[in-house]
Design a protein around this ligand. Structure first.
Ligand SMILES: Cc1cc2nc3c(=O)[nH]c(=O)nc-3n(C[C@H](O)[C@H](O)[C@H](O)COP(=O)(O)O)c2cc1C
Length: 223
């Protein structure tokens, strides 16, 4: 386990979001921390998504996604939507369809709806840029949840490298982090989230009760 590296990365301030996708009658949502604003004009949000998530197929087809901002304390929602779909993940949740049909959660602090404008490969993820076409601040009093608050929920500590470069020093704090070898390692050896095996396959991925998180995924280049 590389808990120290995972703990370091958890200090990068990130929120916790529920990303919604829909195409035709099919819909899905998943928890995401890798979301950020990247432009004013046009207004763009970036989302980094594991292309093996079942949600990715729907996003590719509809070219739209929603970003629902979670509130501090909504841990159960974050954990529930952070697991792969076994049936309709939205079954017990109040939601409405946005202008592009994507799910907007009634319990969210705020939501955005985005039209996909471009995609870029990003290591084991895909970076999706979405132009914001709608949005609403639902609860002006609540505080947004921070990724740091989710602790080990996503099992990410098993997916970081043990060290940044020099295994003997094991440094996570200094010069070794700047060596060229490091970036090479990061690109080839650090799949991030537990992954699905195909569109809407109910594959076990994130289970907070699991003691041995899986590092290598069928079909992944790291296997
Ligand atoms: C706190 C947390 C943050 C996460 N952040 C992301 C993320 O930014 N990008 C991503 O692709 N998956 C992320 N995941 C993993 C997905 O939520 C998870 O794999 C989910 O099962 C995917 O759902 P799907 O297969 O039904 O699409 C995160 C999970 C958790 C619990």
């Amino acid at each position: 386990m590389s808990d120290s590296v995972a703990a370091l990365f958890q200090r990068l301030t990130q929120g916790v979001y529920v990303v919604g996708v829909a195409h035709g009658e099919a819909r899905n949502v998943f928890t995401a921390a890798w979301v950020m604003q990247v432009s004013f004009d046009p207004l763009l949000l970036a989302l980094s998504i594991n292309p093996q998530h079942s949600s990715y197929g729907l996003l590719k087809q509809s070219r739209a996604f929603s970003v629902n901002v979670l509130k501090k304390g909504q841990m159960e929602l974050a954990a529930h939507f952070g697991r792969p779909a076994r049936g309709d993940k939205l079954a017990f949740t109040e939601w409405t369809a946005g202008r592009a049909g994507t799910p907007l959660l009634g319990e969210a602090l705020a939501w955005f709806e985005c039209q996909v404008v471009s995609e870029y490969p990003a290591g084991d993820h895909v970076l999706v840029l979405g132009e914001v076409i709608d949005g609403k601040l639902v609860d002006t009093k609540a505080e947004p949840m921070a990724y740091h608050d989710t602790g080990a929920m996503d099992g990410a500590s098993a997916l970081f490298p043990e060290h940044f470069g020099n295994a003997e020093t094991g440094a996570i704090d200094g010069a070794s982090a700047l060596s060229p070898r490091v970036s090479a390692m990061h690109h080839v050896a650090t799949p991030r989230f537990f992954k699905n095996q195909g569109a809407l396959q109910p594959t076990k991925r994130i289970n907070p009760t699991e003691t041995t998180p899986r590092r290598c995924f069928p079909g992944s280049p790291a296997c």
